[in-house]
Design a protein around this ligand. Sequence first.
Ligand code: PLP
Length: 415
Amino acid sequence: MTFRSVAKSGTLSLNEMMGALEASGRQVYKFGFGESPFSPPPRVQAALQSARGRAEYTAVAGLPELREKIAAFHCEIDGYPIDMAQVLVAPGTKPLLYNVMQAFQNAEIYLPEPSWVSYAPQASIAGHCVNRVPTTWENRWRVLPGLLDEVITRHGRGDRAKLMLLNYPGNPDGLTYTRSELLALSEVLREHGVWVVSDEIYGLLHHRGEHVSLASLYPERTLVTTGLSKWCGAGGWRLGALILPPDAPGDLRAALVGLGSETYSCASAPVQVAALTAYEMDAELQGLLAGQRRVLSDIGKLVQTALAKTGVRAHPPQGGFYLLLDFRPFADALAARGIDDDEALCGELLKATGVALLPGSAFAMDSKDLTARLAYVDFDGDAALQDAKNPAQDIFGHAAKMLQGIEELGNWLLN
Ligand code: PLP
């Protein structure tokens, strides 16, 4: 075989499939693609417009003033000291995650089940050994310290580096960890000397604004990833950041900068300049975040409750904009219709109803477990945000199309 086999990311493929269905005139309920329903704040858009003349290559690590701003911003909101030397900026967190995988050699990787679509493919491309950390519905898909200890003890061979990927609030589950849960996990991680990428890209979208960064509890080996894609509604602008531990080995930083220099060169200069405005923590940004949290929390709970009425289980969401649906209560009925895995489930559902979900197997779940991810983002986020400014106004009307999609889903399940 001459070429490496790398499938296109499941989320991006689905987005294209949904587009094709819609172009053919079908009603599509877009629960499949995890894109923020909100636009970037107007002042950040204006900053991008004024920066359009900035056509230079910046330093690979990013503009120094932006790295300084990101350090101060996360220091303030996450409550732990960060120096700008720890911050690397790139065109999205995806290439940063990829380069972290490439920077480690022959490592043992620990991935929770479920976990975000790209971690496992990136780990495989980098030639690492991937070890799964199972979770259950009953434990709200949380990694339990005892089980983590067992997996690392069993699969922590020799002096190989150990690297775990943790993402909370989570994609695909919409759930998070409490401080005490993180503390318990950090004890296990410390005992085994595990490096962690704490993917906190949804941290600012914790529905109650109570996100706790693992770096504040396990500073010595936590690499945090964050960026503008979710809370700033700017996924397509491509701006991500990595916060290294304060005493990270010089070799690790040098490897990341070296890999960045050989791949993306730098994040787009105008976007970096606009990010200086995005990372301005003031009353306006606080108001915007409070509004986004209210909208996502109210709509997420509404969608989860509507699903529960159809018999599809999901835990009430705590952050971000996802629900991990459990169709096991329908396993027998679906099997009688020839549907016995999550791909068949999502495929048949999309064809019959236009409801687009992503199979749980894209997130490392067992396909026979019949899980699927729903992104509750098919609504006009900016209009909802406008209404959310008035505490007396409910915003449930904005979810009408999504509720219609869930009704279609419920009817299809009953057929
Ligand atoms: N990590 C998680 C958990 C995500 O959901 C996403 C995007 O969907 C990313 C990373 C990648 O984000 P970025 O746009 O910064 O590359």
